[in-house]
Design a protein around this ligand. Structure first.
Ligand code: SAM
Length: 282
């Protein structure tokens, strides 16, 4: 697969190497740790979902608009975020996802055969111009270390965006712990925060303007403490899964208050739109 961005291949290869053993159903990709039954994940992902809904509402997108609207998630993994659009009422044939990793896509199709997800590169989406009303990137930019790829992905998103379309970005904030993989090839970094200001500046260079930027979520360490309790590392070592606690509502209230403290927030939600009237496609 070519990247259509000369010089960017090594970073794509690094990413594919870093994710090659990340099997859905194990560790990082386990539906129990990424899924909604994990209380901490549900807190952060619930905020992400609320942001998607409020963004559509604030931009005048109603149920009638949704019925004919189309969305693509670039870097969809096994497609876990796409359910939000089903829930919202987007029609089935209008929800697409692409990802570089064949085994993620295969897993998504296995657990949900009706998901329209395909192996593909967000730098050259196999669709004509102006195909989608929404392009979503959920924790994609932080998986790419070569910053030229960030601009490349945004330009391609802009190409496939319909007039009045929106680009939604959810990613980790600067200061979030970076992740390293260590093996015979040495240390391989595979998560590096990009930051909403850096991405906004990158977007502005190609005539995309930020229309919303919110910092939210809770850092993993605090989230674990709040939702699983201080004894959770010990319980995990003893083989007990992190089950949602009975006091979930109280814990969620505590998490909501803590997530108002800037230094404890983990993610940002950024919305970009092409320069021009935001209601052009309504
Ligand atoms: C941290 S994962 C997030 C997956 C998914 N968005 C989710 O929330 O479950 C980042 C994903 O971005 C994908 N990715 C990174 N660059 C990409 C590109 N240029 N084209 C398609 N997918 C890409 C990776 O293969 C990986 O699956």
């Amino acid at each position: 697969m070519t990247t259509s961005l000369p010089g960017a291949e090594p970073d794509i290869e690094r990413l594919k190497y870093a994710y090659r053993d990340r099997r859905a159903g194990g560790g990082f990709w386990d539906f129990r740790t990424w899924g909604l039954l994990d209380a901490g994940v549900q807190f952060n992902e619930g905020q992400f979902r609320d942001m998607v809904v409020s963004t559509l509402r604030e931009n005048g997108r109603d149920q009638k608009w949704i019925e004919s609207a189309s969305v693509i998630e670039v870097g969809c993994g096994w497609g876990r975020n796409l359910y939000i659009f089903h829930e919202l009422g987007f029609s089935h044939g209008q929800i697409d996802g692409i990802d570089l990793m064949e085994h993620f896509v295969a897993h998504g199709r296995e657990i949900c055969p009706s998901l329209n997800i395909n192996v593909g590169n967000g730098l050259s989406i196999n669709k004509p111009e102006k195909s989608y009303d929404i392009v979503l990137f959920h924790t994609v930019f932080s998986s790419l270390l070569d910053t030229r790829l960030h601009g490349g992905l945004l330009s391609e998103a802009l190409r496939v965006l319909k007039p009045g379309g929106l680009i939604l970005i959810y990613d980790i904030v600067e200061g979030y712990r970076t992740s390293l993989l260590e093996d015979e090839r040495g240390k391989i970094e595979y998560i590096r925060p990009v930051g909403q200001d850096t991405l906004s500046a990158c977007a502005e260079r190609i005539d995309l303007k930020p229309v919303k930027s919110v910092v939210l979520g809770l850092t993993p360490r605090i989230r674990t403490l709040v939702f699983n309790g201080v004894t959770s590392p010990i319980r995990r070592r003893l083989g007990f899964a992190n089950r949602p606690r009975k006091s979930f509502l109280t814990r969620r209230a505590i998490a909501s208050v803590l997530s108002l403290i800037p230094g404890l927030r983990s993610h940002f939600f950024l919305v970009l739109a092409p320069e021009g009237p935001a209601d052009a496609g309504l």
